[in-house]
Ligand binder design. Sequence first.
Ligand code: NAP
Length: 243
Amino acid sequence: MSEKKIALITGGSRGIGFSCAKELAKAGCDIIINDICEQEKAQPALDELKSLGAQAWFYRFDVSNPEQVNEAVTQMIADHGHIDVLLNNAGITKDGLFIRMTPEQWEQVIKINLGSAYYVTHAVIKYMMKARQGSVINMSSIVGVHGNAGQANYSASKAGLIGLTKTLAKEFGSRNIRVNAVCPGFIQTAMTANLGNIDEYMKAIPMRRFGTPEDIAKVVKFLALDTDYVTGQAIEVAGGLML
Ligand code: NAP
């Protein structure tokens, strides 16, 4: 049983999720990372977290599969006793103009990006209620606030996360559970590696650079650990970008 706070981070073995895992490990948390990949692929991430002084564990499951989510969360509680911070971070894109968007493109993105937050939070929050404390953070996006041509499915999923965040903040505030969303702009990860038109995007960013995963991790750490009274917020971390 860990004496430290435990943070569960979905899609935590790379990109923004892994950066958040490192920031929370440095701040004294033990870390559970989830991913859909084999443990072997996540092992370097686990090793790095351990080198930062954290205990770190890996649970493989698909965040869009409610049976797998429930089974994994039950096992985590049996293994470690508590989950204090939940970062719903796993996400995908399947971009295309709306007129050509297939039902599969729509449903897959909504299920993985938005359905997952329902499944994982629903499984975890009952333990936070018993503990009478917790912080849930949903990884939304600037496009969930402002929309983006070619991303109707993704923008809708990320807007849905903001609605979920504000509602859960109202339902669980009296239990001392805070729920917030982070809305990144363009962040340098695999997800944005193939964006065309970089110069055009750059012109729209007042700070004239893409963000780094660390820029997001600092805000996640603040919401997870440094405040006791911020809830129901969707915080844009986008270098001033408004799309
Ligand atoms: P990324 O590098 O593509 O990482 C996404 C992670 O989610 C990967 O570890 C991936 O696992 C995992 N994942 C995908 N489907 C999953 C599933 N069904 N079950 C469990 N894990 C799954 O993306 P990122 O850029 O770090 O993005 C992280 C989050 O930030 C996403 O929600 C994204 O929408 C959001 N965001 C990103 C940006 C940006 O500019 N990068 C901007 C705004 C918001 P595998 O490694 O196995 O594929």
